[in-house]
Write a protein that binds this ligand. Structure first.
Ligand SMILES: [Zn+2]
Ligand SMILES: [Zn+2]
Length: 375
């Protein structure tokens, strides 16, 4: 009896942490600091009397110098445990029916800004918008961690970087131009990714999107944020397949709103088949027509500018399939891609997915035929 009791006790002791680990993802959202450091909250005395002005470092420079140089009177900086978000995005209202996922963050936004009443997404000022985007980025990061079954302590530093992510959202072209001229030396219409080697931080800089509605902002922010999260997960860029990188960013973005579509950095500029709207019927028609390129032809490309528009659409759909049926294999795959040395793409794919690239291609096409409608 004693022995059985001991075994039972041991079993129970082993089970308890597992149960706790499973429950954790839900509760973790509340880990978002109720009052993250925010320059505007500080100014308005919304942070509590004990919170003093902190020194800020941006792009390895003194934050005050950076902010003075940009010369924006409305700049807001929000700092959480993972990222610094600099925003000059002006106040606005979301177009009705767009970005429904943002409603998940509204209750938390109302905790900070009780004046935001009602059940729909109201007009928000620039301070509230910056907080809404910060909350949403935080939630997407937690979903990402849930997918990979990780948490902050699974990584060294901040998601395998020594310092916090830095995100710059500029509401005016002039601010973007001044900032990029001085601090990044690069300009890109679609925005750019910044990697600060000295600081070992990573981030992105955005000019105002082509039609700068808040829904467009939201889509582009999430698209780029997911690129960064994946980049931190697989640090070795030589091992990061372009299809996975593009597929992840498109999949997460399309969940926000499929009315908008972002091709960022040096991604395919010809939108072709895959612009706005639901991509799934287009993928199905492409598969039916036999014109969908073979996965084997682009599976081992790691340069994202080297894959075309059709491949972007297929990559989105392959990620859709993997997230539906092969999460465990995906975790294994991404773990293997993180190797310090250059890997053999097909060998690693085969080891993680337990099938060859052509076999996966066939299986995925079959799923597309069964699952996606033609229109
Ligand atoms: Zn604030
Ligand atoms: Zn992208």
């Amino acid at each position: 009896m004693g022995r059985i009791a001991a075994i039972l006790a041991l079993g129970f002791a082993l089970l308890t942490p597992a149960v706790r680990a499973q429950r954790e993802p839900k509760g973790r959202f509340t880990d978002y600091p109720v009052k993250p450091y925010c320059t505007e909250c500080l100014k308005r005395k919304m942070l509590g009397a004990e919170e003093k002005e902190r020194p800020i470092r941006l792009m390895q420079f003194d934050g005050k110098d950076v902010l003075d140089f940009i010369g924006s009177r409305h700049l807001i900086l929000i700092e959480t445990e993972d990222f610094k978000l600099v925003s000059t995005v002006p106040g606005d209202r979301f177009a009705p029916g767009t970005s429904p996922r943002l409603a998940l963050e509204l209750p938390m936004l109302r905790e900070r800004f009780p004046q935001i009443g009602g059940s729909k997404l109201p007009k928000l000022d620039r301070h509230q918008i910056a907080h809404l985007f910060a909350l949403h980025m935080h939630r997407v990061k937690l979903e990402f961690w849930e997918l990979f079954e990780t948490r902050a302590s699974s990584y060294s530093g901040i998601m395998n970087r020594k310092n916090k992510h830095e995100i710059y959202l500029f509401g005016s072209q002039r601010e973007y131009d001044r900032f990029t001229d001085r601090f990044t030396g690069l300009q890109a219409r679609a925005g750019q990714e910044i990697i600060l080697h000295q600081d070992d931080a990573v981030g992105f800089v955005r000019p105002p999107p082509p039609s700068p509605g808040l829904d467009t902002w939201n889509n582009t922010i999430i698209h780029m944020w997911v690129h960064l999260l994946l980049e931190c997960q697989v640090r070795n860029a030589y091992n990061r397949p372009a299809w996975l990188d593009a597929g992840f960013a498109h999949w997460w973005e399309r969940r926000e709103s499929d009315a908008i579509n972002t091709f960022c950095f040096s991604e395919s500029r010809e939108v072709g088949n895959f612009g706005s709207g639901d991509w799934r019927p287009r993928v199905r028609r492409l598969v039916e027509s036999g014109k969908a390129p073979d996965f084997a032809n682009f599976a081992d490309v790691t340069e994202i500018s080297s894959i075309g528009n059709l491949e972007h659409g297929l990559a989105f759909s392959m990620v859709d399939y993997i997230l539906e049926h092969k999460k465990k294999e995906l975790r294994d795959y991404v773990g293997r891609l993180g190797a310090a040395e250059r890997i053999d793409q097909s060998a690693v794919f085969r080891a993680a997915f337990k099938m060859s690239i052509p076999a996966f291609d066939e299986e995925w096409r079959e799923w597309v035929r069964k699952t996606y409608s033609l229109r």
